[in-house]
Design a protein around this ligand. Structure first.
Ligand SMILES: [Zn+2]
Length: 461
């Protein structure tokens, strides 16, 4: 395909203009929609938890001939749009659509993980990313490059490797075997740099993202949430999510270790992040939350039924997850203590990024008060954990209302200094104790999940 750096024909955030722009035939649009839904359903069922979560966060998914292939763009209101050309999707078929969507999702993840501008601006790194993404897509999806009208689209990792071998051998250097070459993003990049003439990335990416200015903050929020949810799914026993994340971590950790650490991904491996910069209570909390919010049983529809639901227009995420009720999470914040505001902010971001969770925030000292993260709270005298227990267990009202949910987990942010309590369901309680505080819940009878926290520094997720 030609590489044309050109302005989009319509404003890519204007949904109506996108739909109106030279629409393809209705039958083509319907076919492209069907292929897109089927692809996302397969992602959700087996092939890519990350892709599934990521596209579920593109609230609007629009067939439009205003783009040549497919692209995710920030819509300007903090959400993302998925745009796809219906003729292109219908032309490359289901396997092709999966490849393109997987490729696109990986690009967004890369933009999130590889924050160094020097790397991003280097065309050789762009090519390295294409090589790795297409290699991973080929392995994960079990298919080669998509083809349109019989012609393969995109960068062929094996062809790039062959050129690299030729270049190095010609200049008396020893090249890596293909498997070692594609080991991580950085090996591909480093090895391509050894070439006398590193190939200039031919413009054969299957999508447009390189050409579009993205609102990085929105992309970061969407990708971070997709990774976090995949991580929680992995911790809840979803083996596909786990294998995908472990592979992604293995390929990117040299450069992106901090992002993984901040996500608490170390728990997946049972090791700490190599950079070691992140307080491990954050990883501990993600891990504990993952297990407390565990599904009673995994609800996965048989493939046939899922495909049927997709044809009927159901959200592929819903059909993947089944009719599971939202998990109820209570976060209670001790205003009499000295909880650093960065910890509250980190918790807010973390909880806000978890899908399928209904969060209830409370503040307490001697009494329980409604609390909205970000708003100042006034601490008063005395501290009573029992006040929180009584409210959460439905025995006392806050602002005139009783708590009517049954929580799946209760997180207490506190210094721990108050009379000890024994909640009715102690296994649901998670205590985060400030430095210098009293971690009595750890050795209480029965013991409860408990960890000391330290202020969060730097980029928090
Ligand atoms: Zn690409």
């Amino acid at each position: 395909m030609g590489y044309r750096k050109r302005l989009p024909v319509v404003d890519l955030t204007d949904r109506r203009a996108l739909v109106r722009w030279r629409p393809a035939a209705d039958s083509v649009i319907a076919e492209a929609e069907r292929l897109k839904e089927a692809a996302l359903l397969d992602f959700g069922l087996t092939e890519s938890a990350v892709g599934s979560w990521l596209f579920s966060k593109c609230r609007h998914q629009i067939a439009t001939t205003a783009v040549d292939t497919a692209a995710v763009v920030a819509s300007g209101d903090g959400t993302c749009l998925l745009l796809f050309n219906p003729d292109f999707f219908a032309g490359i078929g289901l396997d092709g659509v999966k490849f393109v969507l997987f490729h696109e999702a990986r690009h967004l993840v890369h933009r999130h993980l590889f924050v160094e501008q020097d790397l991003r601006d280097d065309p050789v790194f762009t090519l390295a990313a294409e090589v790795v993404i297409n290699h991973v897509a080929t392995v994960r999806l079990g298919r080669g490059l998509p083809a349109l009208d019989g012609k393969p689209i995109g960068i062929d990792p094996a062809a790039v490797h062959a050129k690299y071998v030729e270049d190095l051998t010609t200049h008396g250097l020893v090249p890596l075997e293909y498997q070692d070459f594609v080991d991580t993003d950085m090996t591909v990049y480093t090895e391509l740099k050894r070439m006398r003439n590193p190939p200039v990335p031919a413009p054969v990416c299957v999508h447009l993202t390189h050409e579009i200015q993205l609102d990085q903050e929105t992309v970061d929020a969407v990708v971070s949430s997709a990774l976090l949810n995949s991580l929680l799914a992995a911790r809840r026993g979803n083996g596909n999510a786990e294998s995908e994340l472990l592979d992604l971590m293995g390929r990117t950790e040299d450069v992106a270790g901090k992002v993984w650490g901040n996500l608490g991904a170390g728990a997946l491996r049972g090791t700490t992040s190599r950079t070691g910069k992140v307080d491990w209570w954050q990883r501990w909390l993600v891990d504990v939350l993952g297990s407390k919010l565990r599904e009673g049983e995994r609800l996965v529809y048989p493939k046939k039924r899922g495909a049927l639901l997709a044809v009927l227009g159901h959200d592929p995420m819903l059909s993947r997850r089944g009719p599971v009720r939202d998990k109820v999470l209570v976060i209670a914040y001790d205003t009499s203590g000295s909880m650093p505001s960065s910890v509250v902010k980190w918790m807010t971001d973390l909880v806000g990024g978890i899908d399928g969770v209904q969060a209830h925030w409370l503040a307490f000292d001697g009494v329980v008060m409604p609390f909205r993260p970000g708003e100042p709270v006034l601490g008063g005298g005395g501290t009573s954990f029992q006040a929180v227990v009584d409210h959460v267990e439905g025995r006392s009202a806050v602002a005139g209302r009783h708590f009517e949910e049954r929580p799946d987990a209760v997180i207490m942010l506190t210094d721990g200094f108050a009379p000890h309590v024994t909640p009715a369901e102690p296994d649901k309680w998670i205590w985060l104790i400030t430095e210098g505080g009293d971690d009595w819940p750890d050795h209480h009878t029965p013991p409860m999940a408990c960890h000391r926290v330290r202020p969060v520094t730097g980029r928090s997720r």
